[in-house]
Design a protein around this ligand. Structure first.
Ligand code: AMP
Length: 394
């Protein structure tokens, strides 16, 4: 039995889960928030109860020290030696990292060299990794990358139709994200259906606050909706998804704003929030839709339309999917949204069963027995995927 720590470090937060492996049992989870701000907050689950305290945590190093001390204080571990390895979620692996890797000096150096590809996330990820390596130098640290699963995309799928040297010299191409989730779902579907992963053909709709669709052929990602950054693809909680890039220059002119400000609108003020003018949260929009709010319904419909565009096109690209999978916050929980998408797939012969669709957060087939493509809800678990890869690499 090994205890593996799965870590997700952001600019001012650090989420962690401690898992018992290979049993894949969650021992505890927690989060350090507002690192470097006046009042930092640390919370941890102990025997199912959330314990929260407000304290001062100046940097990620202090956050790591504190969380390890708390594991001992709450009798979750007796000493640091019990932690067999640490798996770090890393947002970007560039075009060289196609799988999870041991984070040695050379890999860290490579990641530092590609920080510009994801400046808001990769910097904080590296800060978290270094802080953990300093406090736990005796164990292996593993990087699990959001982009890695999509490194199997063929050139025709990842290349933008821009001057070829943009890709060759500046690494401008589609990378895709949510790879850890798409990989987890692919493996889980193989397990559920007693198939080899190499025989699995899927369309995965990971719809949460961030959202992406993935085309999986023979167990491998061959296309996905997110691109150079997680802004491309379908509309999300606050992100626009695809727009004509010429809108950027036009809106800069009429609003007298900088590129940065317009991109901020596209990342933070668009999607559900932008169209509804109400909220980025799907629960608020579903509720308002039921009360007759036109813009809330429109926000859900604009997204549903784009999701079904991707699903239809990916179904063709993979030559016919075994199944369509809904996952993440909205995919797992929002039956209204799933039904709304299902209705729009009638051209593919998809039929959602209302009664089966009346579920939340569980693994379930939600299509009718007549549906030409099976549709499932499968809860994703990125932390388990991180812990699996970490275990196999230590
Ligand atoms: P995630 O980013 O995967 O955590 O997903 C967050 C999204 O899931 C938010 O938009 C939530 O409103 C949505 N969500 C969670 N539970 C429900 C629910 N019961 N019904 C509708 N949406 C939900």
């Amino acid at each position: 039995m090994s205890k593996i720590m799965a870590v997700n470090a952001g600019s001012s937060s650090l989420k962690f889960q401690l898992l018992k492996m290979p049993e894949e049992e969650l021992i505890t989870s927690g989060i350090v928030e507002r690192i470097g701000m006046k009042k930092s907050v640390f919370s941890i689950k102990v025997n199912g109860d959330k314990i929260e305290e407000t304290t001062t945590i100046p940097n990620h190093g202090n956050a790591v020290n504190l969380l390890l001390e708390k594991l001992i204080e709450h009798d979750i571990i007796a000493s640091y030696d019990e932690i067999a390895g640490v798996g770090h979620r890393v947002v970007h692996g560039g075009d060289k990292i196609a799988d999870s890797v041991v984070l040695d000096e050379e890999k860290i150096k490579y990641l530092e060299g590609i920080i510009d590809l994801a400046p808001l996330h990769l910097g904080p990820n590296l800060t978290g990794i270094k802080a953990f390596q300093k406090v736990l130098p005796m164990v292996k640290h593993i990087g699990v990358f959001d982009t890695a699963f999509h490194q199997t995309m063929p050139e025709e799928a990842y290349l933008y139709a821009v001057p070829y040297d943009w890709c060759k010299n500046y690494k401008v191409r589609k990378y895709g994200f949510h790879g850890t989730s798409h990989k987890f779902i692919t493996e889980r579907f193989a397990e559920m259906t007693n198939k080899n992963v190499e025989d699995v053909n899927l369309i995965i709709a990971h719809i949460g606050n961030g959202a992406s669709i993935c085309a999986v052929k023979n167990g491998k990602s061959i296309d996905t909706s997110m691109g150079f950054t997680p802004l491309e693809g379908i509309p999300m909680g606050t992100r626009s998804g695809n727009i004509d890039p010429a809108v950027v220059e036009y809106m800069m002119k009429v609003k007298k704003k900088s590129v940065k400000e317009i991109l901020n609108y596209l990342n933070k003020q668009s999607g559900y929030l932008g169209v509804s003018g109400l909220s980025s949260d799907s629960r608020d929009l579903v509720e308002a839709t039921k009360k007759g709010n036109h813009q809330a319904k429109l926000a859900i419909d604009v997204q549903a339309k784009r999701i079904t565009d991707y699903i239809s096109s990916y179904n063709n690209y993979i030559g016919g999917a075994d199944a369509i999978i809904f996952t993440a916050g909205i995919g797992e929980n929002a039956k209204y949204t799933r039904a709304n998408i299902g209705k729009r797939l009638s051209g593919l012969g998809v039929e959602i069963d209302d009664e089966r669709n009346d579920c939340r957060g569980i693994e379930k087939k939600i299509s009718t027995d007549n549906s030409k493509i099976d549709v499932y809800v499968i809860p994703t678990n990125e932390e388990v995927m991180i812990a699996r890869d970490t275990l196999s690499l230590i």
